[in-house]
Ligand binder design. Structure first.
Ligand SMILES: [Zn+2]
Length: 331
């Protein structure tokens, strides 16, 4: 690890060790992926990491009036990673979505026809996202791993690329900057890295067969819920999750849910199960009950992500409370 101007520079394996030892008290639930756009690959010499970081920080402080460099982390074309800002500091990444965010700037311009991402850079970007998801117990999906492009620059709303946007992290970033592109070309590769990381950790108490998550997710209802290394209270505690945390469900065994490709389990008693879906109609009415005769409570725009908690006679309940939509307009 090298240090200069207050930045720490390391390769991705050194970063994995650094992150494992880092205590982060801020709640993190959003991993933001950005590209720097400028500087791009033509500004990287292979040895000027610190000079480039310093000039980014100077620009952010002098021109933008910020207290520090915007991003938590920077990745470089040669695969190196820099810690730029303390993890407990809120970064300046996506309007309205920074308090629980980690902002990663990938050095380069990944718009179509611009920089060709180098293999070492690509490898680090994937591994870095996987390490952060593991550290902060985040499901590897487009709710937790996000692109700047999906958020409106003026109001901060997640409009999935509609509205006023930047192309960031680039129209050619892992095959494109849309939600569908991330789900097809980025998220699955991070999931693969999670499996590699899982295999590298010390042997778990229970050996589990690696199989993909089911389409179901779980939402923690207890104030604090222990994650255990096996399906029972006799197993050691590996971590804890707070109320509202979302987890992927891999399997259910005797009232316990496995929530990762490793042996990590939650008691089913304190988890509400739901299935992810997306609105396919241009505008979908929300009703107070499971039939068209119930009053309208509002509407959802096309491509909005929802959780389905229950289905009844072709209607889906999309909230803990009585909020229903017609199932035929959900993907
Ligand atoms: Zn950005």
């Amino acid at each position: 690890m090298e240090k200069q101007f207050g930045f720490y520079l390391m390769d991705i394996d050194e970063f994995a060790n650094w992150l494992a030892a880092e205590h982060v008290s801020r709640v993190i639930n959003l991993i933001q992926n950005h590209h720097t756009f400028l500087p791009d690959y033509t500004h990287f010499t292979g040895s000027n990491h610190f000079a480039r970081l310093k000039s980014m920080r100077d620009y952010h402080m002098v021109n933008n009036g910020w207290s520090n460099i915007a991003q938590t982390l920077t990745t470089f074309p040669d695969g190196k990673v820099a810690v730029c800002r303390p993890f407990n500091d809120v970064p300046v990444g996506i309007k309205g979505h920074n308090s629980k965010g980690i902002c990663i700037e990938h050095f380069g311009n990944f718009d179509l026809g611009k920089d060709q991402m180098l293999p070492a850079h690509r490898n680090t970007i994937l591994k870095l996202n996987a390490l952060l998801c593991r550290k902060f117990n985040l499901a590897v999906d487009a709710e937790h791993i996000v692109y700047h492009h999906w958020y409106d620059l003026n109001n901060g709303l997640r409009l999935n690329g509609k509205g006023s946007t930047k192309s960031c992290p680039g129209t050619a970033f892992f095959g494109g900057n849309k939600v569908e592109d991330a789900e097809a070309g980025f998220i699955p590769l991070i999931k693969k890295e999670m499996l590699v990381l899982g295999a590298q950790t010390p042997a778990p108490d229970v050996v589990v067969e690696v199989k993909p998550a089911t389409a179901e997710i779980g939402i923690v209802t207890a104030t604090s819920l222990n994650v255990r290394k096996g399906p029972g209270t006799a197993f050691a505690i590996a971590a804890s999750l707070s109320a509202g945390a979302n987890v992927n469900i891999y399997e259910s065994v005797n009232g316990w849910l496995r929530i990762s490709d490793k042996s990590e389990w939650l008691s089913e008693r304190y988890v509400i199960k739901a299935r992810k879906a997306r609105v396919t109609a241009e505008s979908l009415n929300i009703r107070s009950g499971p039939a068209s005769g119930f009053s309208t409570l509002g509407s959802l725009a096309k491509d909005t992500s929802v959780l389905v908690y229950e289905t009844r006679n072709g209607w889906s309940r999309i909230d803990i409370n009585e909020k229903w939509v017609s199932s035929q307009y959900l993907s």
